[in-house]
Design a protein around this ligand. Structure first.
Ligand code: NAP
Ligand code: G3H
Length: 486
């Protein structure tokens, strides 16, 4: 597969059904976060090349929308099966390019294939409606509205480094099945994995122009692409800073944004503490905490704080750190030295202000060992900022009211978890939390992928999730029939 998309480590972009080399010759070298070795280089596309990709998508859209839905769905099913056939090859490139452990990389490809199959099916369930005017005062039965769903046009999909395959497809598949065409701007660190994905779409036989890629730094081509007149919708996942920037510079362009988080796990004194500790540790530390939905703080009632902390500590101490190519590694090198510097800065700030280190605070280059910090207080940055790394702060609270207050004080509002055996309490707390989703007795997480997934406040706008994503990338159009009743 790789042979067709790359020559001697130099990758091409997929534009208008062809693999194109960089015309300017400007390339970006991609180095592995594991050991700094070169993985390959991808084109730093010029604005003219971005234009070409967007124009190809625009030109293909009308014809693609005319393809019967059942045929579009069949093509997507083909993509899903091909992805599975190439699961290992794609997972292997993800391991070296973004240092995601091999178990999670394989799982990401499988989940993506399942996502596509579900999307192809879900699209078939999308239906419009017929409304009769006589339900409104002053109207009779001689007026009916046929309401149907139509694609938006050309969708710009922008994905983050931590799920270069899955969070690309979570935009591409619902867009394409609904009759849109897509231009994908993958994360720079993650572009090669995304180009493998593009190859799979090509192999499935998608018509030219339906799916296109544009590689290049977001800081160089991002503003140009998001403000492009021929982009009809932007589906973005990434940091709150970039999301905010995009929403400031785009005018009258519909946006779907999934951004940062500071998910809290609230643990009540009646919780099953051992189970809670298990969920919290896997929620906080998988892929070294580089997940928007990672548990990023624990708010525990004083009375059970010592016991819970003991169970968490036991588990954190056992986490394997090191080479993502080994099946049992959980803690992997962070995406960059800069990311590791930031995590260590937050740890240092908390420790300087009197928090208690229970595990970790050790670093080798960009590998930050799992770190657990107790007695974190509201004056510390770790209580509020998103580390996107393997550090978990424990904030002790006197009661549930205080836990809810601290949880809601965050600028973010992605998810929260509540651990308790009392379902009444769980519902009452869930009602008060300002987040998109509350998980009761489980870690925070996005899946299953047909559930709605959204953030409030600085965590996003709009709703993802298979049916929700299809709806977001379609609009209704009404045809009103006026007829003479006999
Ligand atoms: P990021 O730095 O915001 O980058 C995300 C994407 O935006 C990348 O493709 C990036 O390209 C691109 N980009 C950068 N500047 C741009 C611009 N001016 N215009 C258009 N695109 C631009 O985020 P990240 O570091 O990849 O991911 C980590 C962050 O994403 C965390 O904050 C995490 O919480 C959040 N996230 C949220 C969710 C969610 O569903 N809520 C899921 C995953 C991640 P380059 O790579 O070329 O810079
Ligand atoms: O990083 C953000 C992803 O949307 C999180 O997905 O909960 O399945 O890891 P996940």
């Amino acid at each position: 597969m790789i042979k067709e998309i790359c020559v001697n480590g130099v990758y091409k972009n997929y534009v208008n059904g062809e693999w194109k080399v960089s015309e300017s010759g400007n390339m970006i070298d991609i180095f592995s976060p594991i050991d700094g070795s070169k993985v390959g280089s991808v084109p730093a596309m010029s604005k003219e090349e971005v234009d070409e990709a967007i124009m190809a998508a625009k030109a293909a859209q009308k014809e693609w929308a005319d393809v019967p839905l059942i045929e579009r769905a069949k093509l997507l099913n083909k993509v899903a099966f091909l992805l599975l056939d190439h699961q290992k090859e794609i997972a292997d490139i993800m391991v070296v390019e973004i240092a995601k452990d091999i178990t999670s990389s394989l799982a990401e490809v499988k989940r993506t294939s399942d996502f596509i199959l579900f999307t192809a099916d879900a699209a078939k369930q999308l239906r419009g409606e017929m409304l009769s005017a006589d339900a409104f005062p002053g109207y009779g039965k001689d007026k009916v509205s046929f309401v149907n769903r139509y694609p938006l046009g050309t969708v710009l999909a922008i994905s983050p480094f931590n799920y270069p395959v899955n969070l690309s497809v979570s935009k591409i598949a619902p867009a394409i099945v609904a009759g849109n065409t897509v231009v994908l701007k993958p994360p720079t660190q993650g572009s090669i994995s995304a180009l493998y994905l593009a190859k799979i779409f090509e192999m499935a036989g998608l018509p030219k122009g339906v799916f296109n890629t544009i590689t290049g730094k977001g800081s160089e081509i991002g503003d140009y692409a998001v403000t492009h007149n021929d982009i009809d919708f932007i589906n973005f996942t990434g940091s709150t800073d970039i999301g905010r920037h995009i929403s400031q510079i785009t005018v009258m362009k519909p946006l779907l944004m999934e951004l940062g988080g500071k998910d809290a796990a609230i643990v009540l004194e009646d919780a099953d503490l051992k189970e809670a500790a298990k969920d919290i540790v896997s929620g906080a530390f998988s892929y070294s905490g580089q997940r928007c939905t990672a548990v990023k703080r624990v708010l525990v009632e004083d009375k059970v704080a010592d016991e819970l902390t003991g169970y968490i500590k036991e588990r954190v101490e056992k986490l394997k750190a090191g080479d993502p190519r080994k099946a049992d590694t959980v803690i992997v090198p962070l995406i960059s030295d800069k990311a590791a510097d930031f995590v260590c800065e937050l740890i240092e700030d908390a420790l300087e202000k009197g928090a208690k280190l229970l595990v970790g605070n050790k670093r080798e280059k960009n590998l930050v060992y799992p770190t657990l910090i107790d007695h974190v207080t509201e004056d510390m940055r770790l209580a509020w900022e998103e580390p996107f790394g393997p550090v978990l702060p424990i904030i002790r609270v006197k009661d549930v009211k205080k836990a809810i207050e601290i949880a809601n004080k965050s600028e973010y509002g992605l998810q929260s978890a509540v651990f308790t055996k009392n379902i009444d309490k769980a519902f009452n707390i869930a009602n008060e939390l300002q987040v998109g989703t509350v998980q009761i007795n489980n870690k925070t997480e996005r899946g299953p992928d047909h559930f709605p997934f959204l953030g409030v406040k600085s965590s996003g706008m709009g709703i993802q999730g298979i049916r929700y994503s299809i709806e977001a990338m379609t609009r209704v159009k009404a045809m009103v029939i006026n007829y003479e009743r006999s």
